[in-house]
Design a protein around this ligand. Structure first.
Ligand SMILES: Cc1cc2nc3c(=O)[nH]c(=O)nc-3n(C[C@H](O)[C@H](O)[C@H](O)COP(=O)(O)OP(=O)(O)OC[C@H]3O[C@@H](n4cnc5c(N)ncnc54)[C@H](O)[C@@H]3O)c2cc1C
Length: 228
């Protein structure tokens, strides 16, 4: 897969913290913009996360070009509703490439891998046979498997990125969408290192694992709250 951060709110972290500060200051966001130094930005970002003042993170958005993910993963991705998506259309663009994703579990079993490749090849051949017979692209595509690659553009704000990463960077998430969000995190770290460092699986915030089985980073048992 190829994931590129194509565009983003300039100075995303400063945008978030100057906005947050303006809510409790005589100064405007614009005035605060010129006053905050790097240490203050980092400290304030952490404070906002700790206090749950998360709406301020909505002021910074990131636009990614995403290529070479399966339709399985694009479907999982668009379940994150608080983002904008534009996906390449299968009604208007012919599926002429043989590009598809092979999960590692299948790739490492030679016999099954061959059958898997053959099944996709067969579907692809029938797809073109149908196009030649005059079936419209929008109907011929029904034969194609979920493994085929797709490309899309996604714009997500920092608040939703924190949320989506909390779910998709969890080791219990599926490998392909986890890989996608690992790259997204890396891309964010290049332009917003403090924010990027906060893109973590949910257990880091919870302090425990809420999945049925823990990967080992945190125990599954919710810590008991001590009362007097
Ligand atoms: C490991 C894993 C397994 C999954 N398995 C399945 C499955 O088997 N079947 C399945 O259907 N889905 C499954 N999902 C998808 C999951 O149910 C969510 O649809 C997906 O993770 C999107 O997250 P979200 O709903 O928290 O929020 P997003 O859409 O990312 O929205 C962010 C937050 O905004 C708020 N919000 C958004 N929309 C609304 C709304 N309409 N009303 C109120 N609050 C809202 C919520 O607080 C939400 O958490 C799975 C997800 C994961 C991570």
């Amino acid at each position: 897969m190829q994931v590129t951060l194509v565009n983003y709110t300039p100075n995303p972290e400063l945008t978030i913290v100057a906005t947050a500060r303006s809510s409790a200051s005589q100064l405007t966001m614009e005035e605060l913009w010129h006053k905050l130094n790097s240490q203050q930005i980092s400290d304030l970002l952490k404070q906002l996360l700790d206090s749950g003042h998360l709406s301020t993170f909505e002021h910074a958005s990131f636009t990614f070009n995403i290529q070479g993910i399966s339709r399985v993963t694009s479907h999982q991705l668009v379940r994150h509703r608080l983002a904008s998506y534009t996906q390449q259309s299968q009604r208007y663009v012919t599926l002429k490439d043989h590009r598809y994703v092979t999960p590692p579990t299948i790739a490492k079993q030679a016999g099954l891998r061959t059958q898997y490749q053959q099944a996709i090849e067969n579907a692809h051949q029938l797809y073109f046979q149908m196009l030649e017979a005059g079936i419209p692209m929008e109907d011929a595509r029904y034969i194609m498997p979920q493994a085929i690659e797709t490309q899309m553009v996604m714009t997500m704000n920092a608040r939703e990125l924190l949320h989506a990463c909390s779910l998709r960077l969890c080791l219990r998430a599926q490998w392909e969408i986890m890989e996608l969000f690992e790259i997204i995190k890396t891309e964010i770290e290049k332009v917003a290192p403090y924010l990027g460092a906060e893109l973590k699986p949910k257990c880091y915030q919870l302090g425990y694992c809420d999945e049925r089985e823990s990967c080992g980073i945190f125990p599954t048992i919710k810590p008991t709250v001590k009362t007097k």
